[in-house]
Design a protein around this ligand. Structure first.
Ligand code: HEM
Length: 129
């Protein structure tokens, strides 16, 4: 990855150069590659913390209006995902190909919605209560 951008003026320049696919190779190493492992902040040298200090990655906003729910979201999202994976088998509709392309609007959305079908995998219905 190229050098980090930390100043708002630098970030504005980057935003101005952004392509319609919302990717910036000078900031992100191979930005179109699906590589979720680049985000977790387990490595102290990793710049991708989400606390609003690094302007190339602001999923919760920054500064005065930064998301008030970061601590809750940080804990709950993992729990929610783990519960979904633990409690259900997931499959796609027949002949579905996963399309990871996105459209950049106010929020980034998938071009093709992904329909995933859950089926129960726990042994007792009470466990879903
Ligand atoms: C993955 C989950 C979440 C994401 C990605 C997210 C993202 C954001 C973003 C981008 C903002 C706007 C920041 C700005 O204006 O600069 C925001 C604001 C806010 N979020 Fe979240 N949020 C999440 C979960 C939550 C949760 C769980 C809560 C509360 C339980 C919450 C409460 C708030 C509040 C109250 C604001 C307004 C803060 C203000 O304007 O002062 N968020 N969030």
């Amino acid at each position: 990855m190229s050098e980090l951008l930390q100043h708002p003026d630098e970030m504005r320049k980057v935003q101005a150069r952004r392509t319609s696919r919302n990717c910036e190779p000078s900031v992100w190493d191979n930005p179109l590659e699906f590589r979720p492992g680049r985000f977790p902040n387990t490595d102290p040298n990793n710049c991708f913390d989400y606390l609003g200090n690094k302007f190339q990655y602001l999923p919760f906003g920054s500064w005065r209006r930064i998301c008030a729910g970061i601590p809750l979201a940080g804990r709950m999202l993992i729990y929610l995902l783990a519960s979904f994976l633990h409690s259900f088998e997931w499959r796609l509709l027949e002949d579905t190909k996963v399309d990871l392309s996105n459209k950049f609007r106010f929020v980034t959305k998938k071009v093709t919605p992904l329909i995933a079908i859950p089926t129960l995998r726990l042994t007792k219905l009470e466990l879903y209560a």
